[in-house]
Design a protein around this ligand. Structure first.
Ligand SMILES: Cc1ncc(COP(=O)(O)OP(=O)(O)O)c(N)n1
Ligand SMILES: Cc1nc(C(=O)O)sc1CCOP(=O)(O)O
Ligand SMILES: [Mg+2]
Length: 214
């Protein structure tokens, strides 16, 4: 499947069951797919997640993947390379300390879309040198609502600086992005926005996704 990576990452929804308190993850994901998200990352981790029940976690991932397939939306697995391989996911997203990125690309770069988190301009510039990397997350843009152990907020200023200096690498802003600040986020020049709570906590998912679009 050949995809335009920048278009694919425009509205990048990230979630696990821990993020969906009122409606289930499956229900929220289906609404988000109907509303037009362009990518989904399965991030089942932390408090209230299915991490303590590995079989249920795999089952949940499979259901989410099936839904994504129905809407032809890429299904990316956060952190867990083994799970991505087992499910034949479309991609893997890892952070700076999760997995040696060059090893990951050498082993799986032909098979998976590979994304890496960057938390400042220096890391983004280093990421640009990594051959075979498909995209980088950059942030936090604002204080994240869905991650407690996040890195320091680099703000729109930090993201804009990385975008001004970038050579080629596809970039997705992350952290505290919502329908009120989205216009300023797009003005930094990023290709996509990655969001959790602005979809999982939306009164209307359809309305939220529409308003997040570029
Ligand atoms: C698109 C995107 N960007 C950044 C992250 C954060 O990844 P990481 O720093 O590894 O933290 P965890 O998500 O694993 O807690 C992401 N998941 N997606
Ligand atoms: C998973 C994640 N990574 C971040 C980073 O800065 O690397 S922020 C984040 C969670 C973003 O949640 P929300 O959209 O609810 O603020
Ligand atoms: Mg990680």
């Amino acid at each position: 499947m050949t995809r335009d990576i920048k278009a694919m990452l425009e509205i990048y929804f990230i979630a696990g069951t821990q993020d969906c308190k009122e409606k289930s993850l499956i229900h929220t994901l289906e609404e988000a797919l109907q509303a037009g998200i362009t990518c989904f990352q399965f991030r089942e981790k932390g408090k209230d997640s299915l991490e303590t029940d590995p079989a249920a976690r795999v089952k949940m991932a499979q259901v989410c993947q099936l839904l994504c397939r129905q809407y032809d939306v890429p299904f990316i697995v956060n952190d867990d390379v083994e799970l991505a391989v087992e499910l034949d996911a479309d991609g893997i997203h890892v952070g700076q300390g999760d997995y040696p990125i060059q090893d990951l690309i050498s082993k799986w770069g032909d098979r998976f879309i590979i994304g890496l988190s960057t938390n400042n301009v220096i890391q983004f510039k280093e990421a640009e040198k990594i051959s075979g990397l498909d995209y980088a997350g950059i942030g936090p843009a604002f204080t994240p609502l869905s991650k407690q152990d996040h890195e320091g907020v680099i703000g729109l200023k930090g993201i804009k600086e990385a975008m001004t200096e970038r050579d080629h690498l596809t970039a997705v802003a992350i952290g505290g992005i919502n329908t009120s600040n989205i216009k300023d986020v797009w003005e930094t020049g990023v290709d996509g926005v990655a969001v959790v709570s602005s979809i999982t906590r939306a009164v209307s998912v359809i309305d939220a996704v529409q308003r997040l679009k570029k």
